[in-house]
Write a protein that binds this ligand. Structure first.
Ligand SMILES: Nc1ncnc2c1ncn2[C@@H]1O[C@H](COP(=O)(O)OP(=O)(O)OP(=O)(O)O)[C@@H](O)[C@H]1O
Length: 568
């Protein structure tokens, strides 16, 4: 996301990311669990109502010095306490299990969508708001399930509590009769009305003071992610930075992100402080509010201690449940920004890959290009190929000055370039692309050599291929689990990538300066090995080194001035 962009407005459609799990084929078990959790909430609230009645009986007996009644009431209380704690523990357990199941399901779905149809590549190269997919998949999904379950269930419990204790408060609060300016007033359920009015005033104040917290929280997630991404950048490029001794510049860059965090954090602190102040003030003054509401009863000497304790419990419960929105304000703010980010992510992964450059998967040997125009992202033309046929087993060298579009041509062949139009036909399923910098995933060297396939070969085959490419020293380390990306030199990494080709024996091979880090002898050796082992494989190779010309029968030279190709 560009930092100058204001955070987007929250919209109702953001909430749609909550629903797919509950409509999926797996919905029955989670729905049953959810039903169990909600059922336990009702039981829990029913017990709280019972505790209120017990309080009244117990304290009335206590202040009437009826010790026998008190002793009779105590064991029942202990039994219900144990039952209530059991309900609470079981409910917590069910909620945690449900939360994890939901998170795992969502993460699997997101990963599938992120990794399908090269969405991960397009999101990275298009720019825009859909940054930090790692944060979306790893953190936001977890937060979404935990927060929405907790808040949803607390919300249900708050409503149930509110209804149950409102009835209690209405019934035992009685009416308030008074005369004002010569008129007689009769106010039924005034205790309940007074409690609701006081809580709503506090909630209104809270909304006014703390609503910017949502935006501040949204920005906070972004600035935190920026710092994390910059640190990953330093880790990935540690060697280059160390060679340049770029520590100071990196320090400045990281400090810039840190300053953004600090700046936004100040807003978060201010808005949180405001919200907490109103919430805390209201909590602190609750007993005074109740005292004021009870004044008519006190003045009329119409309140026993048992009644007071029951009213107090009911008042607190009604207040707490009404206050649910207030006390969860920060969580609600976080949930809304999490949903907003996930919605943006969903929007980004669901953007269809443009297919203006049509790739036709054909079983026919060779490659056919028709009316191909490749543009730059700003739609200015870069390269045009009217008609080109590359026959099976032919070796083509692609040449041209830097920036003429050689790598972009290969990107278009791989279906990764979306600007332009035309048709490219070849056996897509049996083609391999070798970029200049190979990807070496963590794991054993054997796994690195097999990537991205899971086909296993005989040990002797791996050994022979490594030996051919002068990588014999690594044969004993085939099963060593290591970070090969940092262990192997760039030239060795390129030879490992060529070893992959020799192992997987593709019908078509595209290489983009895939041997540029090798010395002349190893480069010649690598090409000779490829040609000897794969005589029927079609090879299209972007290369600058003159020494490679004699490994190719054909040459395609890209022109910077005309944007066309010359074939020799
Ligand atoms: N993602 C991108 N966004 C904007 N411009 C791009 C992008 N990728 C490539 N280009 C532009 O397209 C042109 C061709 O780039 P390309 O990498 O294909 O050149 P090349 O011929 O392979 O160069 P070199 O020999 O230096 O590797 C360049 O002007 C480059 O700036």
């Amino acid at each position: 996301m560009r930092r100058t962009d204001p955070p987007p407005r929250h919209s109702l459609s953001d909430w749609s990311v909550l629903f797919p799990y509950w409509r999926s084929g797996e919905k029955w078990i989670p729905l049953a669990m959810l039903g169990g959790i909600v059922g336990l909430s009702f039981v829990y609230v029913r017990m709280a109502v019972w505790f209120g009645m017990w309080n009244q009986q117990f304290f009335d007996a206590m202040f009437a010095y009826r010790i026998g009644t008190c002793l009779r009431l105590l064991p029942i209380y202990i039994a219900v306490c144990i039952l209530s704690s059991g309900c609470y523990v079981f409910q917590t357990y069910l909620t945690q299990v449900l939360s994890m199941r939901w998170r795992l399901w969502n993460t699997r779905v997101y990963l599938r969508r992120y990794l399908s149809d090269t969405a991960y590549y397009r999101m990275e190269h298009r720019g825009g708001r859909d940054d930090n997919p790692d944060q979306r998949i790893a953190d936001d999904l977890s937060q979404m399930t935990i927060l929405s379950l907790r808040m949803g269930l607390d919300g249900i419990q708050a409503v149930t509590t509110l209804l149950s204790f409102s009835i209690v408060l209405w019934n035992i609060g009685g009416a308030f009769d008074f005369t004002w300016m010569g008129h007689h007033f009769h106010l039924s359920g005034y205790l309940l009305l007074g409690t609701v009015a006081a809580t709503l005033v506090a909630s209104f104040l809270m909304e006014k003071l703390a609503s910017p917290l949502i935006e501040a929280d949204y920005r906070q997630q972004h600035v935190d992610a920026d710092l994390r991404a910059a640190l990953v950048d330093v880790r990935r490029n540690s060697e280059q930075i160390a060679f340049y001794r770029g520590e100071q510049t990196e320090d400045l860059r990281l400090s810039h992100y840190l300053a953004n965090i600090a700046r936004n954090w100040r807003s978060v602190v201010t808005y949180t402080w405001r919200a907490s102040f109103v919430g805390d003030l209201f909590n602190g003054t609750a007993s005074i509010i109740l005292w004021v509401l009870l004044l008519p009863k006190l003045l009329a000497h119409a309140l026993t201690f048992g009644e007071y304790s029951r009213i107090n419990a009911a008042f607190m419960q009604v207040r707490r449940s009404l206050q649910w929105f207030m006390s969860n304000y920060t969580d609600l703010a976080t949930l809304r920004s999490v949903l907003q980010r996930l919605h943006e992510f969903e929007h980004a992964v669901s953007q269809p890959a443009p297919h203006d450059i049509v790739r036709i998967d054909t079983a026919a040997p060779g490659i056919d290009i028709t009316n191909l125009t490749i543009n730059r992202p700003d739609n200015t033309p870069l390269l045009t190929i009217a008609e080109l046929h590359i026959g099976q087993g032919e070796r083509w060298m692609v040449r041209g000055a830097s920036g003429t579009g050689k790598s972009t041509l290969l990107r278009a062949m791989a279906g990764l370039w979306e600007y332009g139009h035309g048709t490219i036909a070849f056996d897509i399923g049996h083609a391999i692309f070798l970029p200049q910098r190979s990807y070496l995933p963590p794991g054993t060297l054997r796994r690195v050599l097999d990537y991205p396939f899971s086909t296993r070969h005989e040990d002797a085959y791996y050994a022979a291929v490594l030996q051919t490419l002068n990588l014999g020293a690594y044969i004993p380390r085939l099963d060593e689990d290591a970070c090969w990306d940092t262990i192997l030199s760039p030239g060795e990494a390129q030879r490992v990538a060529i070893a992959r080709v020799l192992l997987s024996r593709p019908a078509i091979l595209f290489m983009d300066e895939a041997t540029c880090a090798l010395d002349a002898e190893n480069e010649r050796n690598a090409y000779a090995a490829l040609l000897a082992a794969l005589p029927r494989t079609t090879i299209v190779s972007v290369a600058h080194h003159e020494g490679l010309r004699h490994f190719h029968r054909h040459e395609m030279t890209l022109s910077a001035t005309t944007g066309s190709i010359t074939i020799t």
